[in-house]
Design a protein around this ligand. Structure first.
Ligand code: HEC
Ligand code: HEC
Length: 284
């Protein structure tokens, strides 16, 4: 009798294990899991809000701000966006943080300046914005006071009409989801468009044509052309290696601020969607 009992128990264990795994697979990703994935991969807020060394983000200063960004038109130190109550955004409500990200507006109603890509973040879905807020709340509060940036030119009264509700992007259309990843989430196309007459990336006429200049400890780098004019000769794997490992087909490495340290965490499916979208850009 004992062995029968043992066999039944084994079968029961296997069955409950199968049910358990099934339940896990069916369980929706939590907001915090989604936010953790986004911020540490495609969205890469830390590429601007975390001080960087040549080897990557500074330890124990995640999202604590103080990174210097220099452009001909302005010089800024990025703010601390950890939950520290005094020097970070610990006292802000979820909606205030979402308004900062998608509208470029602080809780006191004042408007923020460049280079945070508000024009792209406006189209970030409500769900992804809430996921990012959930992650921001989970990082270690760091005390690090950073002066508010000063801009020597007038900022716009707003970056557009109130954002309102933004529905989740459908993931079954690969190219459309790739456009969402490379635009509203990752702003690849903003960094990769040359400066227009006002100094801002000319996404209206030169989307993806490259040539925007970035200054930093690495010297000067210019974003590359990511339309088929340049990447048309690259295989999908070549493009993925550049994004996730920072290596070109000829073996040379990409300079900052291409956020390779974050992009190495982009999921395979998302990477496929990004490449599919890049292939559809109009050649420049
Ligand atoms: C390209 C650089 C860049 C990226 C990417 C970026 N930011 Fe910013 N962010 C800035 C700068 C610069 C400011 C300051 C603007 C100002 O005060 O006028 C700022 C301001 C903020 C503020 C307001 C903080 C305060 O105290 O006023 C919040 C909140 C914020 N960013 C969150 C985020 C989040 C979340 C992400 C990722 C989804 C992100 N930022 C991505 C550069 C960036
Ligand atoms: C903060 C600005 C920035 C963002 C965001 C950014 N890039 Fe880049 N990217 C650069 C710069 C600068 C270079 C060139 C670096 C160099 O010359 O070493 C580059 C290089 C590349 C290259 C290499 C092309 C070549 O011919 O050398 C590819 C491919 C690329 N980026 C794709 C992307 C994609 C896709 C995204 C979004 C997932 C993205 N980039 C986001 C700044 C950025």
């Amino acid at each position: 009798m004992r062995w029968i009992f043992g066999r039944d128990t084994g079968a029961c264990l296997i069955l409950s294990c199968v049910l358990f795994l099934g339940a896990l697979a069916a369980r929706a990703e939590t907001l915090l899991e989604r936010g953790t994935y986004l911020v540490n991969s495609i969205v890469a807020c830390g590429n601007c809000h975390t001080q960087q060394t040549p080897n990557g983000p500074v330890n124990d200063m995640e999202l604590a701000g103080g990174l210097l960004i220099e452009q001909p038109a302005f010089t800024v130190y990025t703010p601390n966006i950890t939950p520290d109550a005094e020097t970070g955004i610990g006292e802000w409500t979820d909606q205030q943080i979402i308004d900062a990200i998608r509208e470029g507006r602080r809780p006191d109603g004042s408007i923020m300046g460049p280079p945070m890509p508000f024009v792209w973040y406006r189209n970030m879905s409500d769900e992804d914005a809430r996921a990012i807020v959930a992650y921001l709340r989970s990082v270690k509060p760091v005390r690090n006071a950073v002066d508010r940036p000063q801009y020597s030119f007038p900022l716009p009264p707003s970056y557009g009409p109130p954002v309102g509700a933004v529905a989740a992007a459908a993931r079954d259309d690969k190219v459309a989801y790739g456009a969402y990843l490379a635009g509203p989430l990752g702003h690849c196309v903003e960094c990769h468009s040359p400066a227009g007459p006002d100094g801002a990336p000319d996404v209206a006429n030169q989307l993806g044509a490259g040539g925007f200049a970035f200054y930093g400890p690495w010297g000067t780098s210019a974003s590359a052309n990511i339309t088929p004019t340049n990447l048309g000769h690259w295989s999908d794997d070549d493009i993925k290696a550049a994004i996730a490992r920072g290596t070109r087909p000829d073996g040379t490495s990409l300079l900052p601020p291409m956020p390779v340290v974050y992009y190495k965490n982009i999921a395979a499916q998302d990477m496929d969607a990004i490449v599919a979208y890049l292939r559809t850009l109009s050649p420049k």
